[in-house]
Design a binder for this molecule. Sequence first.
Ligand SMILES: Cc1cc2nc3c(=O)[nH]c(=O)nc-3n(C[C@H](O)[C@H](O)[C@H](O)COP(=O)(O)O)c2cc1C
Length: 216
Amino acid sequence: MPAKRRSTRSATKASQKAPADLLRFLDPDFLAERVGGKSVLLGVTGGIAAYKACTIASRLAQAGAKVTVAMTESSTHFVTPLTFQALSGRPVYTSSWDHIESSDPQHISLASSLDIAVVAPCTMDTMARLANGQTSDVLSLILSAIDRKKTPVLLAPSMNDVMWAQESTQRNLKTLQDDGYETIGPGDGWMACRSVGPGRMSEPEAIVAAMCELVG
Ligand SMILES: Cc1cc2nc3c(=O)[nH]c(=O)nc-3n(C[C@H](O)[C@H](O)[C@H](O)COP(=O)(O)O)c2cc1C
């Protein structure tokens, strides 16, 4: 069971670590000391950076974390559930209606067993749904049942620079942070839409480092 959360801390510190500091988070033994045995929800949404979530799942699983992946329908167009099942060694949640692990309401029992949740990548659409308290897909449903005063929820936004600059996105970001969600990034750089600017998802090692800070 997750420990009572002492205080909300900004995860953006991890994204500001020097690249050399982040290299430690590629070492499974170093990671195992921090997340070994922890229950982690990895939420994957329909952004092009979904492939980077595979690296996050793999690193956490190698470090001995119990990784449960929940995917939005859109994200399954980018990476298959089978990939995450193989990497995590666990069933993957893709629907609110398939009870894959327990006969209890699965979103409640999973949510209450977690030490941390991370959504990477987190799309503009998912940010809007979370900011508005919608629970229309399995990921937002599970997240709705997490008490963020006890269990941190880290969002790693990822989108085109114009999408990121939209007033609605910035408004939703502020709402989410005010509501106690932790956020990391996005960074600046090359994006698959062939533009360069803010919106690129933080690198997997920075996201894992932020998770370690939050569960530490
Ligand atoms: C090729 C392609 C790439 C996309 N990449 C992103 C992205 O990086 N970030 C984003 O916010 N939306 C992106 N979208 C749009 C989302 O997939 C769309 O808004 C979807 O409704 C998101 O649903 P979800 O948040 O439930 O996963 C992309 C769409 C396509 C077709």
